[in-house]
Design a binder for this molecule. Structure first.
Ligand code: DAH
Length: 340
């Protein structure tokens, strides 16, 4: 019986199946209930009791090797089938990945927030549909004052108190009304102005507002904060320049310029050969604004600044048409994949 087991083991080992019929032949002969292996098990009765233990072991090994071989035969037949029905052409170029990317304005907003978060600024948001108080009056724009015309406002016909916010400075007011100094916050968001759409202007665009209120905040703090930002965002050789200006909500007020990083101040089209490009406005928060928001101007001072996200993005990536941001042209957007 032992020789018979060895012979069968050998036969199992050498068996090959190149089609389903041969596989079935193997199953019937070695696996099924009527297989030779099953026969041998039923013959155990005639084995001498002292040999039974060893015989049982041999038969179990035989059964196991038949089962393993059967699995092997199935998988090699499957592989053959797969490769014959779909031959793989290893010379084909790979399928390009179709992952999306962040919008350039999102990339800029994210970078600005990260830079200011590193020096303790948090992020705050306000509504796009505003009331007159938050967009104008609290910010020291007197009623009927021509300063309101600096920003071509979208009013709602039914209700003169409702406007689409013209700037993110409205969020300053909301933060100050709700919170207590020290306040260090950045407010990014969409703003709306009644402007004709052109290469340089859009009626919907984005700004980011910065606000810092505490005891003893000075103009030097403002300047240093803006310089830190300019170096982090545009490169460490960037310089800044503050030009006197006017905003109702800051006193003194200034226009913020950065040194032209495109020509290194040698003079180019972007900086109109001046070596400087404007990126926003800033100033010390007017005491009237603090009072309007229930903050004591004798105890606290602060600075604020506002920048256009489109403007900064256009400078950074040398984009010459603001309309590209809203056209969703995939050829434009794809170019920002590597910048994410
Ligand atoms: N809100 C101004 C605008 O939209 C920008 C600005 C200027 C914001 C000076 C400020 C600031 O916070 O201090 O033109």
């Amino acid at each position: 019986m032992k020789e018979r087991v060895d012979a069968l083991k050998d036969e199992i080992k050498r068996f090959t199946a190149s089609n389903k019929d041969q596989l079935e032949e193997f199953r019937l002969k070695f696996i099924s209930r009527k297989s030779v292996v099953a026969d041998l098990f039923s013959n155990m009765k005639s084995v001498l009791p002292e040999d039974r233990k060893e015989m049982g072991k041999l038969l179990n090994e035989l059964k196991h090797s038949a089962q393993e071989k059967f699995k092997e035969l199935i998988s090699s037949l499957d592989n053959r089938k797969a490769s014959s029905s779909a031959p793989v052409d290893l010379t084909l170029p790979p399928i390009p990945d179709t992952l999306g990317s962040l919008h350039p304005l999102s990339i800029t907003r994210k970078r600005i927030l990260e830079i200011f978060e590193r020096i303790g600024f948090n992020v705050s948001y306000g509504p796009e549909i505003e009331d007159d108080w938050h967009n104008f009056t609290a910010l020291n724009f007197p009623e009927n004052h021509p300063a309101r015309e600096m920003q071509d406002t979208f009013f709602i016909e039914r209700d003169p108190d409702v406007v689409l916010r013209t700037h993110t400075s409205s969020v300053q007011v909301r933060v100050m009304e709700k919170g207590k100094p020290p306040i260090r916050t950045l407010s990014p968001g969409r703003v709306f102005r009644n402007e004709a759409i052109s290469v340089r202007a859009h009626c919907i665009f984005h700004q980011v507002e910065g606000l810092y209120i505490d005891k003893n905040v000075s103009f030097a703090d403002l300047k240093q904060t803006l310089l830190y930002f300019a170096k982090e965002f545009f490169g460490k050789n960037t310089k800044i320049r503050l030009r006197p200006s006017y905003f109702p909500f800051t006193e003194p007020s200034a226009e913020l310029d950065i040194s032209c990083f495109i020509c290194g101040q040698k003079g180019c089209k972007i900086c109109k050969h001046t070596g400087w490009v404007e990126i926003g406005g800033c100033g010390m928060v007017d005491p009237n604004v603090l009072e309007n928001c229930n903050i004591d101007p004798d105890e606290y001072t602060g600075f604020a600044f506002g920048m256009g996200i489109e403007r900064i993005t256009m400078l950074k990536y040398q984009i010459n048409d603001i309309r590209l941001f809203t056209e969703n042209d995939i050829r434009f957007l794809r170019q920002f994949k590597s910048v994410n």
